[in-house]
Structure formats: structure tokens, C-alpha cells
Design a protein around this ligand. Sequence first.
Ligand SMILES: [Zn+2]
Ligand SMILES: [Zn+2]
Ligand SMILES: [Zn+2]
Length: 503
Amino acid sequence: MSVKNSVSEILYAKVFTNQHILENILSYLSDDFRKNLNVRLVNKSINNTFLRQIRRNHQKMKIEYAYNVEHSFTRSKGFIYINYRKIYTHDVVGYFIFLNTAVGVKVEKITTRRLWLLEEVFKRRLHDIIHSKLIGTNGTHIQSLINLEEICDGCVKCSTIAQKCIEYGPLRFSTLQTMTYSKNYKKLHVTDKLFEDIAEYCISKSKNKEECFKELDKTILSTISCDKLAIWVNESRVLPDEDTYPKFDHRHMPREVIDIILKKWNVKSLKLSMLHITNEQMCSVEWLQYDYFTRVRLNDPYWETKQSDLKFNHVEVSLSYSQDCVRGLGNLPPETEPPAGYDNFIPNIRRMFPTDQILMELTHWYFIACNNIEKKMSTILQVVTKEQHQKLSLDIQFFVNIGIVKKLNEGTYREELLGIASGYVLQENRFHCFKKSSPFSAEHGPEVFLDNKWIGRRFQVRDTVNRFNFNLDVYIKEKELKEEFNKELLQEYPNSFVGHFFA
Ligand SMILES: [Zn+2]
Ligand SMILES: [Zn+2]
Ligand SMILES: [Zn+2]
């Protein structure tokens, strides 16, 4: 062997034993590991690095049936998204087997979304292989399992894993009944439907109100505790007899059921998620025949809502997948179709889940505002100050389309830039965040959902006497800011709303 050869061999060896260099080399390949499987053949260290990267990228898995609201019914059922990448349903089994056998994944968190919309046979299969290939019967590595019961409506496999997780749910009633052990969860998820199921179960087990509440006390056990309770509220449930003209509104929830859960599980903070659709479409109405439980809705007139004596660190409100509540926040009647009342939201939250801190996130994929940022900001202010709040810090993340920062002057036919609504004061803070989104081409969907960068500015309303602080953080896509603005227009309107995004 020549000297030259042995030097390069030493160099090779150095490269192939250096994890950083190997990872760097592989980072030049496509993000889609399925396209790079042949690199496994290069040598053993490349193969090991390759598999280690896949293992790392699959510690958290998001498995979803994503669609565009307008194409929800025409979308092909032939694919799902795994970690934001399109996977054809006939490839899913092979994908999971590869993860399980060749890669040896140790999945810690699985979130599924809207898988109930898939074909019956496939979704049962998917539920089972998620258990067998990704979680494993012992569930050694799993810590969070979110929304899988949406497929099975609660089963033994799921409830067994529920006991191993630190975050779990939404739980169906059958899973709740298995939770007789003692455990502190970081986060538990429940739905408005579960509240009804609990109420109806207690009614069915009793002859009068007193017995019913005794049963309720036995059903919710204080051996379970959870730091954060996530309540999923479906905005479009229907009553059994109103299929033809659904109201697309919130439905009544049994207040005492919510209260006992909050108390006995020792909940410290809450997250409320408003969802425009879930698989729990039908309300249970049996409990409404009895006057045992107080009926509440977040959009009912707030002065009728009883003040709770509990206290929570903070309440987060996610309107990311909402269509109706979120519209109610940016538009007041007559601009909204009935049912409205979403301006009761914050006052009702403060009565049912007393807190000094509310954080709200509006949608980034569906714009509640189609025109005029100035008007929207003042409507939002009007909605959130419907009641004069004492000692409240309120933060809202508001994602807007660049189109709403300007308007066409009908006299001159020239574009004008809109200003900041009165009442707000621009703050120094500079924000940015990333949101996954890609145009959804009708029934086919994108190959992959990409990260979009959003740029944010904070607008504040402050009432020191009542200790009310409201931050409206408005975000615009960086790409739109770069594309849509000419300097001249910005100079012509030095105090425009959008001008602050360039300052
Ligand atoms: Zn299950
Ligand atoms: Zn009501
Ligand atoms: Zn939190």
C-alpha cells in the first residue's frame, strides 16, 4: 500500500467516525428520507447516521388528514400527512414497519388529527398499526398520545396507553372509567361531549338529583390530577332532530360536571380549543330532560353565568381551527350571521374559569378579516372590552392577510394605506413566528407543508386604573411584506399601520 493511499484511508476513517461530519453530509439530501434509502448501502456508518436521523425526526409524530375547508368533501381519501409530508395510504403500513424494524423508532409523542374522516377499514387498520408499530404494547417510550380515540371511540389498547402517558386525550367515557389508578398528568384533554356523557351516565344511575350528584362524585376521582386541562369545544354539533337545518352553534354543557372535574383533578391552568368540526357531531339530549344540571355555553349572555370560586394561572384559547367563534371576534352583528354572542366569550371564561391571564390565538389559515385592518382592530377592541375588566392581562395573536392594510379610494382610484385604530399604542416589541402552511390544490393537496415566517408587531391598550392590559399582536407573512409594498406608497403614508412593519 502506498503512503498516499494510507493517508486517504486515515482521512476516510476520520470522516466516517465523525458524527457531525456525517450528519452534515446527509443534510444535503432531500428531507424526504424515503428518497434517500440507497445511501444506506454506502457503508455502515452512513447507514447508522441515516437511521439515527430518522429516529430523531420521528420522536414526535403528527399524523393527520389535512384538507382545505372548501374541498373537504371532494378531497381524495388516498393520502394522509405524516410530519407534514404527504404519504399515500397504501404506503403507510410499509412506512411504519420500516420505522419499527429497520429504524427502531422510539416515538414519544403522537398527535393525530381528523383521521375519523378516512375510509372505515383503513382507519381501523391505521389505529392498530399506530399501536403495534409506533407505540408497542408496553408503551415504553410514549409520553403523549393525542386524539387517537377519535378513531376507535375508546378501546382497551388506548386506555392502557393512557395510563403510561403524561399527556393524553381527549378521553372517551369508557377510558375515563378505567382511570381508577392514582396519577398526575401534565395535560389531559376532554371534549364537551364527554361532559354530556358523564351527566347522562349519572342520571341513568340515579332516581333523583341527590343520587345523581352522589354518582357524579363517584365518577370523577381525585386520585387523578392534571396540571393543565384542555377542553375541546365543537362549534357545529347538531341535535338529533335537526339534521336538516343545523344551527352551527355552541351547545349547552352541564356546568356541575365541568366544575367537579376542575376541582377534583386539581387543574392549574386551562386550554380551550374551538373546533369547527369533530367526529362527535351529535348532541346527547337526554340530560336536558332533567333539571339537575346548570346549562352553560361560552357564547351565552355572560350576566347569567355564575361566578366560580376557583382560580387558574392562565387560560389559553385556541381558535386555530375555529370558524364561528373566531368570526365573532372580528365581526359584530349585523356583519355576522346569527348565531353570534361570541362577544360573551371572555366574560364567560372569567366566570367559569377565573384567571388574570388569557392568551388567545386566532387562525392563520382562515382569515376572519377580509378588509380594513383599522376597522377590524377597533371591532376586536370593542368585543374584548364588552365588559369592563378588572385585573386582566389579555394577549391575542392575530394573523392577517396583507390585502387588508390598504384600501382603494373610490374617488381617485388610488390605493391608500390604512392607519392604526384609535385606542392602541404601538410597542417596541419585534416578533416573528413560523406556521406550517402551503396552498392546498383542491383534492390533491401539497406534497409537504412548509414553514412560513410571520412578522409581528404589538399594539397595546392599557387601563391602569382597572389594571387591564390588552396586547394585540398582529402578524403578517414576511413573504407578503417583501412582495407587496413599494417605497413611495409607504413614504406617502408615514403613519400607516403597515409602515410599522418596515420600521
Ligand atoms: Zn383505541
Ligand atoms: Zn343557554
Ligand atoms: Zn400554558
